[in-house]
Design a protein around this ligand. Sequence first.
Ligand code: SF4
Length: 431
Amino acid sequence: MYASLNYKFLKFLMSKVEFNKETGPREVFCGLTSIVWLHRRMPDAFFLVVGSRTCAHLIQSAAGVMIFAEPRFGTAILEEKDLAGLADAHEELDRVVNDLIARRPEIKTLFLVGSCPSEVIKLDLATVAEKLNKRFLGQVRFVNYSGSGIETTFTQGEDGALKALIPLMESSNEEKLLLVGTLANNVEDRFKKIFRNLGISNIESFPPRQSTELPKIGKNTKVLLTQPYLSDTVRDLKHRGCEIISAPFPLGIEGSTKWFLAAAKAFKINELKVHEIISPLINRAKLALESHKEILKGKRLFLLPESQLEISLARFLHNECEMDLIEVGTPYLNRDLMKEEINLLPDNTKIVEGQHVEKQLDRVRESNPDLVVCGMGLANPLEAEGISTKWSIEMVFSPIHGIDQAADLAGLFSKPLRRNQILTTKTLVTH
Ligand code: SF4
């Protein structure tokens, strides 16, 4: 019965918006990029990329590492002779791991992160992790996942890392709310406070703030996603018996309100109580949004696919900031996880899954948008053509979740438009 209802709902959504699929050349960051926010989240973990010098450069420039910092990520460099099969890449990996464990006793979990080069030479990191787990038993835990650009866009790196941790999570039938997806610590604290005020006292987060403090999970674990790009993690949590709460994502006032309401419903808490607790936040947020709305209202938005946050952002920017949506790109579309979001989009929204970057850029130029949300690699050329842009990657580095962050989220989009307005006015005055 539930399955058939779900199917009907998905069918309804398919008719409400326009779905398209595109394949071809892509222009996105790879999954290694997610190490930048994951290593901040779990300070007792280390992320060892098994890759080339290119991978090392990417991760260092993405994280802006200072030369004297003792970072919590590094690269075991595969040299040309490794890639050509003339040397045993396992030896270099062993050497780096031994050195690391000897020097850094604070490391409790070591992620071996695969890359394009390690996949091309078919380095079996799962077996490597298994052997290292035996050797360093009781001292450090090893897990592996892939951040390769062949398979992933940048947010999928987090999906891979979380999925890799699930087998380490013990079972428990205790009832709890599990927030899944990395959040800024202060945002997480505010969410937990609201849930406690609602009467939900047993709340945990995944990933946790310490890699060794993994939550226990089971059939009474109710999972509330904070990020939309965790399809593989969700599938494995379901296999462990967890219940996934269906909700939009907590971006903006609307998404966050419905997110709290969905959690309350799962815990049989009266919806009036939710409104009572979050109303003051909503009133404040609405006021704070006004100045951004003045700039964003009526502006035409084109979202290129990169982060998988695009559908939630489009919903927020249209419904709460009154922007017009030209096209909403997303690298992957999990219709089931996104159904509540899609339902909130205006009718006839054009969603494009996948990427053919040349065709998409042609459509951007033809439609002459006021703002394009895209990857860093596309932003500069578009700006040079006079098109305002916003980097998708900023959304994962900024605390944008929750009702009280709605104005800050809108500010990320109004800022480039405001800057453009000022520049245009100055140019007009000068002439
Ligand atoms: S994993 Fe692949 S895409 Fe990412 S930096 Fe390394 S070579 Fe480039």
